[in-house]
Design a protein around this ligand. Structure first.
Ligand code: F6R
Length: 242
């Protein structure tokens, strides 16, 4: 079930996401599913500000990130490991051993997928933060990914690589071709989901997720079957559903 909230701008959208996050952080041992990309950065800034101002602690929190590029070592400036440390983890008190991010440069990628999924199975994510791709992907589950997928290797679409080239000096050739990603079934196990989308380039994907036919052509449409999804949008991203 979708609970749709439309706000004036990105800051207000991020505040709504933070309000939901703050509630989950009251749990004894919150398990958080986290995303990279532009969409959650405002939320992470608010989490850091709250940690600094109010002392909200992440010592007992456990986190699982959605995905990682294959071929990038942790230390690479565009790895999702680096992104998460720069945008959140280095500025809060979460113990490093509580952080889970798929390893992008493991020797055996299939084994890494299985290990990641088994780590995930030991927990239930209390709150999963998502962004949405312009092609309707969630995590890196591109169109065509089966709804029953668990952590797997995904070849990224041209669309996704071109969208993400902005992080790689605008050079699509530098964007990795594959990623390890939680599957759609892995994501659906979360108790609560918040999906953040802002900007006109997300309007079609948002329409497909909420009003489109439930189909693997739009991976995010699987969320139509989840009992607790809050969709946080600005006016531009909401243009086709209002
Ligand atoms: C990131 C992820 C992706 C992004 C999506 C939107 O970990 O899994 O699904 O959420 O590509 O990216 P942005 O927010 O940069 O538009």
């Amino acid at each position: 079930m979708f609970h749709i909230i439309v706000r004036e701008n990105y800051d207000e959208v991020s505040s709504e996401a933070f309000r939901i996050m703050k509630d989950v952080l009251k749990l004894e041992r919150p398990v958080l599913g986290l995303a990279t990309g532009s969409s959650p950065v405002g939320l992470y800034k608010k989490m850091i500000a709250d940690h600094n101002t109010n002392g909200t602690s992440y010592r007992k929190a456990i986190t699982f990130n959605l995905d990682e590029y294959i071929g990038l070592p942790k230390e690479h400036e565009q790895s999702y490991w680096t992104f998460m440390h720069e945008n959140l983890f280095d500025s809060i008190d979460i113990p490093e051993e509580n952080i889970h991010i798929p390893v992008g440069d493991s020797e055996d990628e299939e084994l890494e997928c299985r290990n990641y999924e088994s780590a995930l199975e030991k927990y239930r994510i209390d709150l999963q933060i998502l962004g949405i791709g312009t092609d309707g992907h969630i995590a890196f589950n591109e169109p065509g990914t089966p709804f029953d997928s668990v952590t797997h290797i995904m070849e990224l679409t041209e669309q996704t690589r071109s969208d993400n080239a902005r992080f790689f000096d605008d050079e699509i050739a530098q964007v990795p071709t594959h990623a390890i990603t939680m599957g759609l079934a892995s994501i659906m196990r979360a108790a609560k989901i918040v999906i953040i989308a802002t900007g006109a380039n997300k309007a079609d994907a948002v329409y497909g997720m909420i009003k489109g036919e439930k189909s693997t052509d739009c991976p995010a449409s699987i969320l139509q079957d989840h009992p607790d999804v809050t969709v946080l949008l600005d006016q531009a991203a909401a243009a086709r559903i209002l």
